[in-house]
Ligand binder design. Structure first.
Ligand code: NAD
Length: 421
């Protein structure tokens, strides 16, 4: 990503009325009036009807903008679609601390996805493997014939890997087709290829094919992000040490790691949804990768640098696309990609890894200091006020009173509503 002059640090953004926030985003990301209309309007029912089956309506979620992000030297505003309060604010706060030392830097691999072909009933496994290897060029050619567009873009099937797996009563050959999917998430592209290969593999091996499908453990499509979090801004080296103690539990205990990684996915899924990507895909890949060494563990790692600042790193599979899937047809996903100003899936992977790290830092930082509830309380109080029946004009006041009293409860909200009416 090239450096630009715009700053994603826009003070007081959260206090502005929504229309002014939109104006700022419009200028920052050079959006048109048409883009803004698609942001505001609900999605078309006819479009929804083409996306899934048996449609009866659409379901709206808020789009919030995470501020302060600098990723590989570029200031970025990050659209997040999420129902949970505090996620956007937490990401923005973490990014604010990270930008003191230059923000997030990333590293990514090529966009290689894996398609699996399960071959059963083979009498002579060694000879079948030999035949597959001998015919590798022809096999890749047949796979590539399925997607000329991808091949013309420099992608396509690149390699085969063969694994032998066994149960107590059966041995099987599992062939992995390695496909460079360029700017796509790649599931349809890969599935089409592995399905086309099934008859050839049967003929070559003398066995029969059962499964032929993409693997969501996209461990050849990895994104890493790194950031330095300033010790002074965190509250001193003792807070950094407290942070590291909290993090340690996630590194050794699956019970904590699950919650720790859930915090990462709070941010990642929000960007995945905003860009019309498949959040089940990213979740499956992330959690499988977290268990890749036999024990489920943290997707992030933390340490101190020689000045006592906290250094955070994240590493996970990021199978995302900017073409194909729902992201190409959902008007709001198109708009959110425009806000990000991205031109490639690689850029989106870099953003996703950075947001995951920011979100994780924010959660562990809060847990190591004031606890998670303090940050959650004010928005949570508004939700409780709303549920208790507060009108639009009453919500703020009821929430404020409950937070002040430290009693964010439905019955108290009802009492306050009665007392102010
Ligand atoms: P797709 O088939 O809609 O689009 C990909 C195709 O776009 C490529 O095959 C290529 O022909 C074309 N293309 C044009 N420009 C391209 C570019 N710059 N880079 C790459 N390709 C380009 O989508 P897909 O990405 O193959 O599949 C994604 C969809 O598959 C998602 O909606 C996902 O939910 C769904 N899906 C997921 C799984 C899974 O995760 N296990 C399984 C099945 C389907």
């Amino acid at each position: 990503m090239e450096s630009n002059q715009k700053s994603s640090k826009i003070s007081g953004f959260y206090k502005l009325p929504i229309n002014q926030r939109i104006k700022i985003i419009k200028n920052f990301s050079e959006l048109t009036d048409e883009d803004i209309s698609s942001l505001i309007a609900p999605i078309d029912m006819e479009l929804a009807d083409t996306m899934i089956e048996n449609v009866i309506g659409t379901f709206e979620l808020p789009i919030g903008i995470a501020m302060n992000f600098v990723i590989n030297g570029t200031d970025m505003l990050i659209p997040m679609v999420v129902e949970e309060s505090s996620v956007v604010a937490a990401a923005s706060n973490a990014a604010k601390i990270a930008r003191i030392h230059g923000g997030f830097t990333t590293e990514i691999t090529d966009p290689l996805m894996i398609g699996q072909i399960q071959i059963l009933g083979v009498d002579d496994i060694a000879s079948a493997v030999q035949k597959i290897n001998d015919k590798k060029a022809e096999i890749l050619q047949v796979a590539n014939a399925q997607d000329q567009v991808l091949v013309n873009l420099g992608g396509g099937a690149k390699d085969l890997e063969i694994r032998i797996l066994e149960t107590s009563d059966q041995k099987m050959i599992v062939t992995h087709l390695i496909v460079d999917v360029r700017d796509a998430m790649g599931a349809n592209a890969v599935n089409t290829m592995v399905e086309a290969l099934a008859p050839i593999m049967e003929e070559l091996t003398g066995g029969y094919i059962r499964l032929k499908i993409l693997s969501n453990l996209a461990d050849k499509r990895i994104a890493k992000a790194k950031a330095v979090f300033d010790k002074v801004r965190m509250g001193g080296e003792q807070v950094v040490d407290a942070f590291l103690e909290s993090y340690t539990l996630a590194s050794i205990d699956p019970y904590r790691a699950a919650t720790h990684n859930k915090g990462i996915m709070n941010g990642i899924d929000a960007v995945i949804c905003a860009t019309g990507n498949d959040f089940r895909d990213i979740e499956a890949g992330a959690h499988a990768y977290a268990a890749r060494n036999g024990q489920y563990t943290s997707l992030t790692r933390y340490d101190k640098d020689d000045k006592g600042n906290l250094v955070g790193e994240i590493e996970l599979p990021v199978a995302v696309g900017i073409v194909g899937g729902a992201g190409s047809i959902h008007p709001k996903a198109k708009f959110c990609k425009k806000i990000l100003g991205i031109k490639t899936a690689a850029q989106l992977s870099e953003i996703i890894a950075s947001v995951g790290l920011a979100q994780n830092f924010a959660a562990v930082f809060a847990l190591s200091t004031v606890g998670i509830q303090k940050g959650h309380m004010s928005l949570h109080a508004k939700n409780i006020a709303m549920m208790a029946g507060a009108t639009k004009d009453e919500i703020e006041k009821v929430a404020e009173m409950m937070v002040k009293e430290g009693k964010v409860k439905m019955d108290r909200a009802k009492e306050i509503i009665d007392s102010i009416r």
